[in-house]
Structure formats: structure tokens, C-alpha cells
Design a protein around this ligand. Structure first.
Ligand code: SAH
Ligand code: SF4
Length: 367
């Protein structure tokens, strides 16, 4: 399904593309930088707020570009540290952006680290058997502007509640592309979005603080490895052998471990950074000692960090979370062999687990 909005989303523009559009409107180039400053540094929400632009130009911009490609419907705060923003796109499609606060030991909420988890698609076509996002299939890709606008919503919300030194980039610490959808399946819109977030004229948010999570789309991992930016990579492994991975992740039939692992290695080597392997623990599916030993071999070979995530139950799915004892045994097996490994047990506290709960909203609001 394709959605073509009436006006181009302004948050999908780069400085260069905006300069070109303005040239077509007969405007000087420097106006583009002024617009970007209003959007990303001063966080203007309307064209009329851009007071150093002549009124006729503001009117032309308003006719050409959409400044609000998505609407915030509500913010759901849960008892733990996660907050979900429900956003409605121009065609009524709905997505969620998650704000995760990880408290730092000994300091209050206000000093906690904030991670923003963004979505890249409406639904997901990859059909992993444990995942809520893929249950209702894929509806469409998000545009570059829709991806960027998720962070803008968060900035607007954070600006209202957090002290921000003037022109400081953002009041959050990390961005993870772990929400709904397979980021690598929307690479053509994702990469420009990440570049806008990263650009000095944009959000000026460091590439090293942006993590992209993939179920293992090998050609795109290799493509991203060749890009100059130092984005971090997380791979949803969830199975340490092909038979186990095939059972729960259809993508493995297309890109099995013998192709995936070398691609992860290339990524790690080209960026000089540790890659993270996400591993959901599902009872009697992938939580055996044989799996732990195979995972150990992979992690040591890749010098990767392993993040164990006890499975969160999804309505309508049959899988179960292993007991704490089984989780401990699995964790210790890796730890004792020298693997860099973490495990989170509290529901929702783990970033990947919190992001992995996004379900396609089918109800149409306001239509
Ligand atoms: N498509 C990408 C990013 C979105 S999924 C990917 O697959 O990596 C984000 C993370 O949530 C992934 O690590 C995913 O495996 C995890 N996840 C999905 N369902 C989950 C569940 N029921 N419990 C815990 N984590 C889950
Ligand atoms: Fe899609 Fe990732 Fe969920 Fe798999 S785990 S269905 S790739 S969102």
C-alpha cells in the first residue's frame, strides 16, 4: 500500500533539497538554513512562528510543505519507566514511539537516561513467530518525514517538561530503531531520516548514539557497513542454529546464519564497534544448554555483546517465558565462558523488550 500525502513533509527534507525547493520558488538559499533552525533548534510548530521569514514566504511554505505529518493522540505512561506516544499519520495509520527512562543508580528520575524507540513501518512483513508487530502483517513503509517527526514529537514533549540549554540538541540520550517494522526493509527512507537526525543543521544527534535493530537482512547490513556514519547495530538473533532460527524467524530461510554471521562481522570490523546480539529466551524453543553453547561460539567469534530478553507473552501466541532458574542457567553458561552478556528480568524495563511489544493498531480514529 502506498500513501502519497498532499503536501511534502518538511521533516523529510535535507538542507540541500530545501535549498533547491526554495530556489524553485524564487527564494534565496539562506532561507533554507533559517527554516531548519526554526524546526530543529527552536522547535517551531507553525510556519507563522518563523518570524524572521517574510510573510509571503511563510505562506508559500505552508502551501508546499506539511509541518505536522503526524498527530499525537495520547501518551500512555505505564507503571514502569516506559511511555508510549500514539501517533496518527495523515492516512490515519497509527504507530507508536516509545520513551524509555532507565534510572541511574543513586539519582532521581530527572537524571535518568532516556532512550527513544522509533518505528519504521506500519506493521511488519517479516512474520517472526514471537512478535506482536508482525501479527497483522505489513501495511506500509513510513516516509522519511514520518520517521523524523517521531523524534520531533518527543522533542516537543520533552521541551515542555525539561530544561534545555538554548539550541542544545535534545534532552534524550539514545535513539533505537527497534519499534514496529523491519528497519532494513525500509532502508531507502530510514537512511535519509537518520542523516537528518545526525546533521548539524538537523537534530545534530550523534550517529554513535543511534542503534538500528534488524532481524538479519544481510544485503542491507552490508550496505550500512559501507556507509560513513558510525551507527550501532543490533541483530535479533533469537536462535543460535539454523533449525531453531528457521522455526521462529522466516527471514532465516532467506539469509541463514552462514550468511548472517559474516555480515555482522564485517559490520563490527568496519565500524570498530561491538555489535549487540538480541536473544529472546523462549521456553523449550531456544533456551537449552546446546543453544547457549552455540550462542557462546557465535558471540566470542564476533566479539559481540549478548542481550538476553526473557520472552514477553503476546496474546494469541503459544510461547512461554522460561523460569528464572532456567534463565539463570542460560545466562551463567555464557558468562562463565567469557561472553559479554546482560539480562533484564523486569517486564518492560529492557529496551528491546519494551519496543518489541508494539502491535498494529487497526482501529481508525477520526475517520
Ligand atoms: N524488526 C527489527 C526491530 C523491531 S523488533 C528486529 O526484529 O530487530 C525489536 C526487538 O523486540 C527485537 O529484538 C525483537 O526480537 C524483540 N521482540 C519482539 N517480540 C518480542 C517479545 N514478545 N518479547 C520480547 N522481545 C520481543
Ligand atoms: Fe518484524 Fe522485527 Fe517483529 Fe520480526 S521481530 S516480525 S522483523 S518487527
Amino acid at each position: 500500500m502506498k500513501y502519497v500525502p498532499q503536501k511534502k513533509p518538511i521533516f523529510g527534507e535535507t538542507l540541500e533539497s530545501l535549498q533547491n525547493s526554495l530556489a524553485e520558488l524564487g527564494e534565496p538559499k539562506f532561507r533554507a538554513k533559517q527554516v531548519m533552525d526554526w524546526l530543529y533548534k527552536k522547535r517551531a510548530r507553525t510556519w507563522d512562528a518563523m518570524t524572521n521569514l517574510p510573510k509571503p514566504l511563510r505562506e508559500k511554505l505552508a502551501e508546499t510543505f506539511e509541518i505536522a505529518p503526524s498527530k499525537r493522540l495520547l501518551a500512555k505512561e505505564s507503571a514502569d519507566e516506559t511511555e508510549k506516544l500514539l501517533l496518527q499519520m495523515g492516512d490515519n495509520a497509527m504507530i507508536e514511539t516509545v520513551v524509555i527512562r532507565a534510572p541511574q543508580v543513586g539519582v532521581g528520575q530527572e537524571n535518568s537516561r532516556k532512550t527513544i524507540c522509533i518505528s519504521t513501518q506500519v506493521g511488519c512483513a517479516y512474520g517472526c513467530k514471537f512478535c506482536a508487530s508482525g501479527l497483522a502483517g505489513w501495511k506500509r513503509d513510513l516516509s522519511t518525514g514520518e520517521i523524523v517527526s517521531q523524534l520531533i514529537h518527543v522533542c516537543h514533549q520533552e521541551d515542555a517538561t525539561t530544561e534545555r540549554a538554548s539550541e542544545e540538541i535534545a534532552s534524550f540520550d539514545n535513539i533505537v530503531v527497534m519499534g514496529m517494522g523491519e528497519p532494513m526493509a525500509n532502508y531507502k527512507n530510514l537512511l535519509p531520516a537518520l542523516r537528518i537526525l545526525n546533521a548539524p543543521w538537523g537534530l545534530n544527534f550523534g550517529a554513535r548514539r543511534i542503534t538500528i535493530s534488524t532481524s538479519g537482512v544481510v544485503p542491507r547490513i552490508r550496505e550500512l557497513a559501507a556507509e560513513p556514519e558510525q551507527f550501532r547495530l543490533a541483530v535479533s538473533l533469537h536462535g543460535a542454529t539454523n533449525p531453531v532460527r528457521d522455526q521462529i524467524m522466516p527471514v532465516n530461510r532467506k539469509y541463514p546464519l552462514e550468511e548472517l554471521i559474516p555480515a555482522i562481522k564485517t559490520y563490527g570490523e568496519s565500524k570498530g564497534r561491538m555489535v549487540t546480539l538480541e536473544f529472546i529466551l523462549i521456553e523449550e524453543v531456544n533456551d537449552t544448554l546446546e543453544q547457549a553453547d552455540e550462542l557462546t561460539k557465535i558471540a566470542l567469534d564476533l566479539r559481540a555483546h549478548v542481550n538476553l530478553i526473557p520472552y514477553n507473552t503476546v496474546d494469541g501466541l503459544e510461547w512461554r517465558r522460561p523460569s528464572i532458574a532456567r534463565q539463570d542457567t542460560f545466562y551463567n553458561r555464557l558468562k562463565n565462558k567469557g561472553v559479554s552478556v546482560t539480562i533484564r528480568r523486569e517486564k518492560g524495563h529492557d529496551i528491546a523488550a519494551a519496543c518489541g511489544q508494539l502491535k498494529l493498531k487497526t482501529e481508525e480514529v477520526g475517520s
